[in-house]
Design a protein around this ligand. Structure first.
Ligand SMILES: [Zn+2]
Ligand SMILES: [Zn+2]
Ligand SMILES: [Zn+2]
Ligand SMILES: [Zn+2]
Length: 283
């Protein structure tokens, strides 16, 4: 086993919330080279939530802030709560909690998606960023009342919701004004070993006198965090009148998502039956 793979697949040995793996528990001596690589770091139990931010329950990144009474919050939460402590109303966001930052910076842990096959060992302060883009993170089924969460959402949609999905190659998708989204999938390719892509054509509110249309990808995330560009056009209007060229963000759940770029379709364009025909081209 080479050095890299040995390190990546290593699992923290102790059930305590943190411990040092620098010594072999059976001999009490230092282990091989791999042990040398990680001995400077402390292992954190991946389920040890007591060290996460008490507001968003996410792992801290490199900066930890505290109010004058010692209540802590991550940088993103300080902004979210308008720099007023969630516990005592004192100002928070100026004072760093450096001893805690130093301890957290030394800690290693594993990705929370290890049960889905991610073998990455990550620094605790990089855990949040890793998990946001982890290639083994599962996707939840967007269809109402379906509880599927897994890695192959594409196969699940084709197997269990084939009456609901639209194929991406179809020239156009009919979208009713009241549909919050339509599911778009690639056709199943019997030779393909990779996972098929899933997209949602979102039909958002939040704009006056019309709807906001955009596309998001529900995985798999493209290699190297590449972007998925697309062109969308609403048919039936003047050619090119309602069209958009944008990139589809990769998201894992719809909740809380707001499209930054969208195609505005005014109320007047939804036709006598309250629907439009939308064509989408990926790439
Ligand atoms: Zn937070
Ligand atoms: Zn406080
Ligand atoms: Zn991961
Ligand atoms: Zn489902």
């Amino acid at each position: 086993m080479n050095k890299k793979s040995a390190k990546r697949t290593r699992v923290p040995p102790a059930p305590a919330s943190w411990s040092s793996p620098s010594k072999n528990p059976s001999t009490g001596r230092k282990g091989d080279d791999d042990e040398e690589v990680v001995e400077k770091n402390i292992w954190m139990d991946p389920d040890a939530q007591s060290v996460d931010c008490g507001i968003c329950f996410m792992p801290y990144e490199s900066e930890v802030f505290m109010c004058s009474n010692g209540h802590a919050a991550c940088g993103k939460c300080c902004l979210r709560i308008n720099r007023k402590c969630w516990c005592c109303d004192q100002s928070i966001g100026d004072i760093r909690c450096r001893p805690v930052e130093n301890i957290l910076a030394e800690m290693n842990t594993v990705c929370k998606f290890s049960k889905y096959g991610c073998a990455e060992v990550v620094k605790y302060v990089e855990k949040r960023r890793h998990e946001e883009t982890c290639p083994r993170a599962p996707y939840g089924c967007p269809i109402d009342a379906c509880s599927y969460v897994g890695l192959d959402l594409h196969a699940h949609l084709l197997d269990d919701h084939d009456d609901t999905v639209n194929f991406l190659r179809a020239t156009r998708v009919t979208l009713r004004k009241g549909d919050p989204f339509r599911v778009l999938v690639q056709k199943r390719n019997p030779d393909a070993t990779g996972l098929g892509s899933v997209f949602l054509l979102l039909n958002g509110g939040g704009v006056l006198a019309g709807r906001s249309l955009s596309l998001v990808c529900l995985g798999p995330r493209p290699e190297g965090n590449g972007e998925i560009s697309y062109k969308m056009e609403v048919r039936g209007c003047q050619p090119g009148e309602l069209s958009l060229a944008a990139t589809a963000p990769c998201i894992r759940e719809l909740e809380g998502f707001e499209a930054k770029k969208f195609l505005f379709v005014p109320d007047a364009d939804w036709g006598p039956f309250g629907s439009v025909a939308v064509s989408i081209r990926i790439g």
